[in-house]
Design a protein around this ligand. Sequence first.
Ligand code: SF4
Ligand code: SF4
Length: 443
Amino acid sequence: MDQRTFHLLAKPTGATCNLDCSYCFFLSKEQLYPGSRFRMDDAVLEAWVRQLLEAHPDGDVVLAWQGGEPTLMGLPHFEKAVSLAESGRRPGQRVLYTIQTNATRLDDDWARFFHDNAFLVGVSLDGPRELHDRHRLTKGGSGSFDQVRAGWDHLQRHGVQTNILCTVHNDNAAHALPIYRFFRDDLGARHLQFIPVVERVTDDQAARAAEGWGSTAGAPRPLYTQAGHRAAPRSVSGPAWGRFLIAVFDEWLRHDVGSVFVQAFDVALAARFGRHELCIHAPTCGDAPALEHNGDLYSCDHYVEPGHRLGNILDTPLADLVAGPAQRAFGRAKQDSLPGQCRRCDVLAYCQGGCPKDRFATTSDGEPGLNHLCEGYLAFFRHIDPWLAFMAGELGAGRAPAGAMAEAARHDARLAAAVAATSRNGPCPCGSGRKVKHCHGRR
Ligand code: SF4
Ligand code: SF4
């Protein structure tokens, strides 16, 4: 077996969560383990930490928790994990800790612990109250914004490293700027991650999916798997996803390069240097397995389903499962299944066809396997390419990419002058193809 670097997401409470978000199809994964308490026991915890350290003898090791809601395990579980990792690591081996949480259960004790152990804490938040509370609901069906905000404030008071994870769905996609500015200005967030909600469903599931996946909906939840060729109504469309990212990019480009870090932009800039920092836009996948509470390992957090169970780490070492033939085939399939439209695409180097779970659309010439978000990816990557080229040039010359803000200001001044010199019914100088009065000359 070859030795691989991989990034494992542990789900110590499986899919169980104290919230009941209407777009969260992960909630149904409880059906994989009927009768389970959904709590990772010490045997699995010890095996996970030890095997992860052994699998990365010469580099950094990341202990990463996700859910469900991992804080339901209680603080002692995490204290034990850190203690195991610190006592088990080799000299010079560095262990990094990261957790994704809905933040509703965080208090001073949690925040102090995260700070003292240099955790990076990802907080799930969908924007200001009215947008967040649209889908992120408590078990009682009310909005969770106030609880999340309280958790966020605990983290800030203790100086914890944070990252906001905002899902973009049909109900907040048109509000890119209020969302971005809320995170930046009201919360003081400096690291942001935007994730498109794409709920893929079969024809049979469509009516049930439309009700939302939360437990307050009527019919029983089916086990969600990555199947079907329809997107449930909460899903963001390709064009809306593109508009959202472009709006955030344009704001960021003019004000925040070097002071706010948006994962999608960092990943795209790294791709210009041949580095693939996010599996979604890497040529292959397979290096981001998910560990269930009982030690079962799955190909990916998005493929926690029977056909993608690799084995159990109490029976087979983690590194062997990750390097084994099933997982390698899973990883290669991403590239092997790329439709011709992607192979010929001018933004392939950035996009790589996106995540296989979202590839249920059809290309313009009828080939299956195109990403549901293709139109958005195409618009976004074409829009940012010249700016990333500028930033890459700055980096190549030993300067900071923040110089792009001054370049954007010069660009805006030139465009404003050209617009002023064009009649209102003339073509907009920005190249959009629209008339000036419907584009940059709009009053
Ligand atoms: S299936 Fe998607 S989320 Fe999973 S590893 Fe591949 S690209 Fe990443
Ligand atoms: S933008 Fe569309 S066609 Fe181009 S690589 Fe991405 S998914 Fe494929």
